[in-house]
Design a protein around this ligand. Structure first.
Ligand code: ADP
Length: 324
């Protein structure tokens, strides 16, 4: 392998730049050429390429977002689209790529690998932590810190006014952000898709906590929770059943995807980037770099996209005990 392409694709996450930097610098260190591909598969189809050397990635380890930009690209889902992308890569002499993205981007890479026998390695970049084969995805830790910082601020106003706040956090179909940020911010209740205890229990628990002397409460709600009600409907439901409650809603939204990556995400990105390039040079392909038991691992992309990292049951138990 003489020339490795690197790109970010799908939803962005903090730490993507640190991963690009790690891939580019590892290529420079191992004397392999490196090409940045702008806007993911879209740029691949339009030959939007830029040769990158060690100095192209100065001063980006601390930056959120992605300097290579990201995109969602419909034509890449078609055989003709992928053929065009392949022809462009061959023309540019790129003979392998590292894709930094989520399960959609990985599915595209896997299909591409199978069709053209083109070497690909994935780095999981998503705040949701919803990829199998890694305990942590890039951006998850930063998103948690952002969410906790926001919830701390909401708690200030909640306690000043004796209010109950429903705070919705991101996470798609999984509750990793909600559970971890909820425990970290001291939430009274955490609603996650993995464990639906029902609305009656929620109301009962809030009633009990008021009786026990708590004057304000924070309930963290995962965007994918299974109560069947969104945060605004939850507010109405609780106001109906607990009329003396003053309830507010806050949806944290996209701020969770931005910002300077945490030290944890920068270190993780650096380790993953090094391993991704090394794996390609070892002749490996169709694998995702992950971290398990604090070791850098490789998992078939086909497996990574099929499952999710399991929710930490022990942390659910801890959170139950903490809300006594
Ligand atoms: P993420 O990588 O964050 O999950 P998406 O699901 O939007 O984001 O996927 C990013 C891009 O990956 C898509 O815009 C598309 O170009 C490509 N992609 C996703 N699914 C497929 C698929 N089944 N076949 C080919 N390409 C795909």
């Amino acid at each position: 392998i003489k020339k490795i392409g690197v790109f970010t694709s799908g939803g962005d996450s903090p730490g993507m730049n640190a991963a690009i930097r790690a891939v580019v610098r590892t290529c420079a260190y191992l004397k392999v050429e490196c090409v940045g591909i702008y806007r993911g598969y879209e740029g691949m189809m339009e030959s939007d390429f830029k040769v990158m050397d060690a100095r192209s990635v100065n001063n980006i380890i601390n930056k959120g977002g992605t300097i290579l930009k990201s995109a969602r690209c419909l034509p890449f889902r078609t055989k003709e689209g992928r053929q065009m992308a392949y022809d462009n890569l061959v023309k540019a002499g790129i003979d392998a790529f590292v894709v930094i993205g989520g399960d959609g981007s990985f599915t595209g890479a896997m299909t591409f690998n199978e069709e053209f026998n083109f070497p690909v390695i994935g780095i999981p970049g998503t705040i949701d932590n919803d990829i199998f084969g890694t305990t942590y995805t890039l951006g998850f830790d930063t998103a948690l810190n952002t969410a906790v910082e926001c919830i701390d601020k909401i708690r200030d106003t909640a306690s000043s006014h004796n209010r109950l706040f429903f705070v919705e956090v991101m996470g798609r179909d999984v509750g990793h952000i909600a559970l971890n940020a909820g425990v970290g911010a001291g939430a009274e209740e955490i609603l996650i898709p993995e464990e639906n205890l029902g609305l009656e229990r929620l109301v009962e628990s809030l009633r009990r906590s008021r009786l026990s002397g708590k004057s304000s409460s924070i309930v963290v709600v995962a965007e994918g929770d299974k109560t069947g009600k969104n945060v605004f409907e939850l507010k109405e439901y609780v106001e109906e059943h607990l009329p003396d409650y003053d309830v507010r809603v806050s949806v944290l939204g996209h701020m969770q995807r931005g910002g300077s990556p945490s030290c944890f995400d920068r270190v993780l990105a650096s380790r993953m980037g090094v391993r991704a390039v090394e794996a390609l040079l070892e002749g490996k392909t169709n694998l995702m770099v992950g971290v398990q038991d604090n070791k850098i691992t490789l998992t078939p992309i086909s497996k990574a996209i099929k499952g999710h990292t399991k929710i930490d049951k022990e942390l659910i138990r801890v959170s139950d005990i903490m809300s006594t």
